[in-house]
Design a protein around this ligand. Structure first.
Ligand SMILES: [Zn+2]
Ligand SMILES: [Zn+2]
Length: 205
């Protein structure tokens, strides 16, 4: 039986579900990279998305298992740069939801766990605990209950790529709520930050 979780934006206008059928193979990690922090600074959600040391808690799931059920009209898509990830969020309350890669043949959703409607212990029991912290950059080393790495790391990358490969073979890239199967384009045209906006974000302490 798959684990099905509800998720929603902070004001609960945008809602959906995510199935985590093979949770033991999924990767849950905290990303400390500059981009995730800049993104949170740009959106300014009322409930902070960043945890201690500016980390964002993600679980990597297949797009075939990620469904938006309500509030699709409030879905926004933002890129920090021309080559950046699609950063999906709810425009009603500026909640960051998930990231997807720009390459449509890569079935992958990095879902921010804060949006799952469950408490931390349920999350740890059903999804699994955080396995590691990645991209710690200048803030490395960070004290946490799990290993924190300066980069993404070979192990985490291998695990992620294996999952993406598995989902690709299953055809999950054609079953995404976020990417049009015919065109391979995102269902919402992304807004890309301009140089001035980027400068402001990355120079903010
Ligand atoms: Zn909302
Ligand atoms: Zn990041």
């Amino acid at each position: 039986m798959p684990n099905t979780f509800n998720f929603s934006c902070q004001c609960r206008t945008l809602k959906g579900t995510v199935e985590l059928p093979d949770m033991r193979s999924l990767t849950r990690l905290v990303c400390y990279c500059e981009d995730c922090q800049a993104y949170a600074r740009h959106l300014k959600p009322s409930e902070p998305v960043l945890g201690p040391h500016g980390g964002t808690d993600f679980v990597q799931v297949s797009p075939a298992h990620f469904h938006i059920k309500r509030g699709m009209e409030k879905l926004g898509n933002l890129r920090l740069s021309e080559s950046g990830l699609y950063r999906w969020h709810a425009t009603c309350c500026n909640t960051p939801l998930c990231n997807t890669p720009p390459n449509p043949s890569m079935p992958f959703v990095g879902l921010i766990t804060n949006n799952l409607v469950c408490n931390q212990s349920t999350l740890a029991n059903k999804v699994g605990p955080v396995r590691l912290g990645v991209c710690a950059g200048s803030q490395y080393p960070i004290s946490a209950d799990w290993p924190v790495a300066r980069n993404f790391g070979f192990k985490a990358l291998t695990r992620t790529l294996l999952n993406i490969g598995r989902w690709r073979i299953a055809g999950d890239h054609t079953r995404s709520t976020l990417i049009d199967a015919e065109t391979g384009k995102p269902v919402i045209e992304p807004y890309t930050l301009n140089e001035t906006e980027r400068k402001e974000l990355y120079t903010t302490a």
